[in-house]
Design a protein around this ligand. Structure first.
Ligand code: PLP
Length: 445
């Protein structure tokens, strides 16, 4: 096989790249190559236009190829391509942190920069444990995650995460002292809920059971995604996040929201914490922070958490943690330009405006062959399919492939098709996305 896949690429050139979260052999036998992007679309290497139904990977919230971001990145590259932030600083890092603090829920105004969601999660977990120690509670080290949770792929993230395929190969290498809440996906009670499901608030009470088992004096933090994406769009039942907050407060446990996918407008406000009216103590973000243009993450800490570290002799480093590329100047420039685009086009609120049309559109898929649930919130949607006997995931994978052939990009996890388009999506593009998905569902056995 040495046919050209694109002007510069032959089949044998695919060998060296060990692709992430990909069935490498299957992909390389029949590759799907994206060559360029603009606005709501990708174009394949063969020149076919594909409507982006997933904002790349939940990150290109302002749409592709934004000239404002390109210009800011180019400018920064020619001004100062790199500067360290260990014992040094550069102005736009401070400017970006202040801009982010102003956007965040009240109190979450201290910002630590990372390069990805996974690093944001590991940073947040480390801050939580170190915070407890800094305030004289060094026994509080246990972390509570949730079944089906996805918190990236670092050892901390997979330990608090709850997706078995991400964990099983590393079983003995997990962080010690981690426990998990039950997940909140319950199709028997909540199938076809519009927006948040009404059944399941009591699932948060399981935290009290874990506290009774381990004792609050051993628990540093609870980490959850306000809405899980990677395990197939799992929504918090009405009142659930509030209940977690109450139990954490009562027991002096930090609450961490992983907003890597919900941050930057996905739910109709800058952060899901604001949409749901529940303020965590620490919040992890990445993805939409730079519109996916340059890798960057940010961890927002409540000032009380940050200030607990600001003790002792002033010449001593307070937190022994950081990355060579924390607050990379080019990423900061991309993020500042992204925030400007979000603000000038009202994109952080746009999901709320589109949500009613979006909800009706995705729920129009109910009743199609093999559909067993439809879920939605903000500009997030999911269609759950019945699994083929003995072959979980294959039906949704076939749907994903056919959608791509028909010119829409959706995301498959297990037997769920997830949708999370750029926030610039036009009403007629919502219609098209769902029509194409519907026609593929009708044809998929
Ligand atoms: C909730 C959540 N946390 C963390 C991550 C990991 O982010 P990254 O892939 O940038 O490391 C993701 C990625 O999808 C995510 O959805």
């Amino acid at each position: 096989m040495n046919a050209k896949l694109s002007p510069d690429l032959a089949h044998e050139d695919l060998d060296a790249f060990w692709m992430p979260f990909t069935a490498n052999r299957q992909f390389k036998a029949n590759p799907r190559l994206l060559a360029r992007a603009s606005g709501m679309h990708y174009w394949t290497a063969e020149g076919r236009q594909v409507l982006d139904g997933v904002a790349g990977l939940w990150c290109v919230n302002a749409g592709h190829g934004r000239p404002e971001i390109t210009a800011a990145v180019t400018r920064q590259l020619s001004t100062m391509e790199y500067a360290p932030t260990f014992q040094m600083g550069h102005p736009i890092a401070f400017e970006l942190a202040s801009r982010l603090a102003a956007l965040a829920p009240p109190g979450l105004d201290r910002v630590f920069f990372t390069n990805s969601g996974s690093e944001s999660v590991d940073t947040a977990l480390k801050i939580a444990i170190a915070y407890q120690r800094a305030r004289g509670q060094s026994g509080k080290t246990r972390l509570i995650g949730r079944e089906k949770g996805y918190h990236g792929v670092g050892f901390g993230g997979i330990s608090v995460g709850g997706i078995v395929n991400n964990r099983k190969a590393f079983a003995t290498a997990m962080l010690p002292g981690v426990d998990h809440l039950p997940h909140t996906l319950d199709i028997a009670h909540n199938a076809y809920s519009r927006g948040l499901p009404h059944w399941g608030k009591h699932l948060a009470d399981d935290l009290e059971r874990l506290i009774a088992l381990h004792d609050a004096s051993t628990i540093a933090a609870v980490i959850v995604e306000p809405i899980s994406g990677s395990a197939g769009v799992i929504l918090p039942p009405v009142g659930y996040l509030q209940r977690l907050r109450e139990i954490c407060d009562k027991n002096d446990i930090l609450l961490i929201f992983d907003e890597v996918i919900t941050g930057f407008g996905r739910t109709g406000k800058p952060f899901a914490a604001q949409t749901f009216g529940v303020t965590p103590d620490i919040m992890t973000t990445a993805k939409g922070l730079t519109n996916g243009a340059i890798p960057m993450g940010a961890v927002f800490s409540h000032r009380k958490v940050h200030d607990a570290f600001m003790q002792g002799p002033e010449h001593l480093v307070e937190l022994f943690h950081g990355y060579t590329y924390s607050a990379h100047p080019v990423a900061c420039a991309a993020a500042l330009a992204t925030l400007d685009v979000y603000a000038s086009e009202g994109l952080l609120e746009r999901a709320a405006t589109l949500a009613p049309q979006w909800e009706d559109a995705v729920h129009s898929l109910a009743g199609l062959p093999h559909v067993v649930d439809v879920r939605n919130f903000g500009l997030i949607g999911a269609v759950e399919l019945e699994s083929r006997a003995g072959k979980p995931g294959t039906r949704a994978f076939d749907v994903f492939l056919r959608c791509f052939e028909r010119g829409i990009m959706v995301r498959q996890t297990g037997d769920t098709i997830a949708l999370s388009p750029p926030l610039i999506i036009a009403p007629q593009e919502i219609t098209r996305l769902v029509e194409v998905l519907g026609s593929v569902l009708r044809e998929t056995a």
